[in-house]
Write a protein that binds this ligand. Structure first.
Ligand code: G6P
Length: 614
């Protein structure tokens, strides 16, 4: 979703640093871009619908090298349309009607119509349909020479969410930033400062960052970072040191981030597990959970809340907890959980799963859970993200930055983490030492199992090519592979735009089977796990309706060829780890179908990497 980047200082070329920052935010998903640069002689704002390269072209067309030579401040934005279509007028930065300030904004101002009516009644004219332009005018109305006070005064009148960066024409050496519900990270430099909506644009310049909390407001200038709250009281925030390097966010010669991220899963999973296996006690060391065996014994119920791919990982987790522990588990779509009246108490553990740690619905779910007195933990990838910080206890994936909008390595690392968690909970209860040992040894094989699937990518690419012109697809599975069927179908629809549905293999006959014919392929997950015979039966039902069948099957399964037109082989492994190598085959399948169809794989239309609105 929307991205923010800003810089204040005299050490760098401002247009370049802003464009470079926006490029590093492209993965979040957006549909227009813009920037504002403060000059001694005024303020330049440039915006463009479409991609950052359009903005770059536009800038260079009207740009003389000298123009921005002495610039000391700039802010920029990628917009994912909410209020008004993605065009130049609605793109950020927005300025007020007197052109005194420029503002970039992530989030949604809920009471913008009311504020707009009030501002219109005093003669202010609006150019765009956005809530952000209303905020720009509100700040301008409050501005009497002190930008920070004006921003605070305006934000006090606002309901909704925001991460903002503001500059003023008459103060071309400072940026005021503020946050409520939408992340803002400050990059700490020497005689310079940076701001962004996530750390990726900051990585080439600094590893020292400050995550703003809700209701923080901060003035960035060359001489320092002045952190305050909305009541103008100074606050202190820790400087965090980031160990991701900028190269981790590069494509490494691959055509797409998604392929790079699929291929780096053996390493990502190793990093997730590193130092976390306790061979002596036969358990997992997940210190960040901060739960003693006694605390674990007190947990009478687990609720997993997540969205999208993370929700599918949670569904695999449900099987783990139910197989290895005696604790009942429910998996909830975070958005639905939040608006029901979930029954929670202090013996319920709510686990939020989120790659980004910023998904608005998941965040709202944990806030609800905390308010109702439940224990709350998280599984996040992005260190220091809002969900990770608000839960206080949890497990980081250490999967490295995930840039491709379609989540891949985060899913496999989330599933591995859930298995480690279930192992820990199981060993604090009824799980025997020998059963625990088996899980550890299977977990340790995972990087190699994934490598074996990656080695078969050419074959998967050939199968993908054969089916790339399909208009509809069904994915079916049972048991541990049921959530994998859902995830495989999600990957295909996200990046190839083929309509794909994941179904429990047995449910197919309760309706969707009516849609099957020779034009609707079925991808059946028929590995050797309990329930395989029944999946074979379900495959027959599909073939009887003339659907072509692609199956995943365990290496060496000769029989499967009798039932399927094409086969993707998955290495032999125990049923509880099989979701991981199997999903990798489905990720590759979706990737190659989308590539064949010429789709923009890393930034699919209408999707955002991090969905920060409800
Ligand atoms: C968006 C992304 C999905 C992701 C979901 C949840 O929809 O496009 O890939 O699975 O958000 O994101 P999270 O960061 O909470 O895992």
């Amino acid at each position: 979703m929307c991205g923010i980047v800003g810089y204040v200082g005299a050490k760098r070329n401002i247009p370049e640093i802003l464009l470079e920052g926006l490029k590093r935010l492209e993965y979040r998903g957006y549909d227009s871009a813009g920037l504002a640069i403060g000059l001694d002689s005024g303020m330049e704002i440039l915006k463009s619908p479409g991609k950052v390269k359009e903005l770059d072209r536009k800038l260079k067309a009207g740009w003389t090298q000298d123009k921005f030579k002495n610039a000391k401040v700039g802010i920029a934005h990628t917009r994912w349309a909410t209020h008004g279509p993605p065009n130049e007028v609605n793109a950020h930065p927005h300025s007020d009607s007197k052109n005194r300030i420029a503002l970039v904004h992530n989030g949604i101002i809920d009471n913008y119509s009311e504020l707009k009516a009030r501002l219109s009644s005093i003669g202010i004219k609006f150019k765009s349909e956005t809530d952000t332009e209303v905020l720009a005018n509100l700040i301008s109305e409050c501005y009497e020479g002190d930008l920070c006070s004006a921003v605070a005064a305006a934000l006090k009148q606002v309901t909704g969410t925001y991460g903002i960066a503001v500059i003023a024409k008459d103060q071309p050496d400072k940026i005021v930033v503020a946050r409520k519900g939408s992340p803002i990270v400050i990059g700490v430099g020497d005689d310079e400062a940076f701001v962004a909506s996530d750390i990726s644009p900051l990585l080439p310049y600094t590893k020292r960052v400050i995550y703003l909390d809700d209701n923080d407001i901060t003035v960035l200038s060359r001489s320092g970072i002045d952190l305050r709250n909305m009541d103008n009281v100074p606050v202190t925030r820790e400087i965090a040191h980031i160990d991701w390097d900028a190269n981790a966010a590069e494509k490494d010669g691959r055509e797409h981030f998604m392929l790079k991220e699929i291929e780096e899963q053996p390493l990502a999973i190793s990093n997730t597990m590193r130092g976390r296996m306790d061979h002596n006690l036969v358990t997992a060391k997940l210190d960040g959970l901060n739960l003693t065996p006694r605390d674990i014994a007190g947990v009478s119920r687990i609720v997993i809340a997540a969205c999208g791919t993370s929700l599918h990982a949670g569904m695999v987790g449900e099987y783990y907890f139910e197989d290895l522990t005696s604790t009942p588990v429910e998996v909830e779509q975070a958005a639905e959980f939040r608006y029901r009246n979930p029954i929670l108490d202090r013996d319920t553990l709510v686990i939020a799963i989120s790659q980004s740690g910023e998904t608005a619905d998941t965040l709202a779910a944990i806030r609800e859970a905390k308010q109702k007195g439940a224990l709350v933990a998280s599984i996040c990838n992005v260190v220091g993200s809002t969900i990770a910080r608000e839960t206080g206890r949890g497990v980081y994936l250490h999967a490295g930055p995930e840039i491709g909008v379609a989540s891949t390595k985060a899913f496999t690392c989330q599933v591995a983490t859930l298995l480690m968690m279930a192992l820990k909970f199981g060993r604090a209860g009824r799980l025997s030492r020998s059963a625990g040992q088996k899980i550890i040894s299977e977990l340790e094989k995972l990087p190699d199992l994934v490598r074996q699937v990656l080695d078969s990518s050419d074959k998967i690419a050939r199968i993908a090519k054969k089916y790339s012109s399909a208009k509809d697809f069904f994915y079916i599975g049972r048991g541990y592979l049921y959530p994998v069927a859902l995830e495989g179908a999600l990957k295909l629809k996200e990046i190839s735009y083929i309509h794909a549905e994941g179904y429990h293999a047995a449910e197919l006959k309760h309706g969707p089977i009516a849609l099957l014919d020779e034009n609707v392929p079925v991808l059946a997950l028929a590995n050797n796990i309990p329930g395989k015979d029944k999946v074979i039966g379900n495959i027959q039902e599909c073939r009887a309706r003339k659907s072509p069948v692609i199956a995943t099957a365990t290496f060496g399964d000769k029989d499967i060829l009798k039932h399927a037109d094409d086969v993707m082989e998955i290495p032999e492994c125990s049923d509880f780890v099989t979701p991981i190598p199997t999903v990798v085959a489905l990720q590759l399948f979706a990737y190659y179908v989308a590539r064949e169809r010429g789709c923009p794989i890393d930034q699919p239309r209408n999707l955002a990497k991090s969905v920060t609105v409800e």
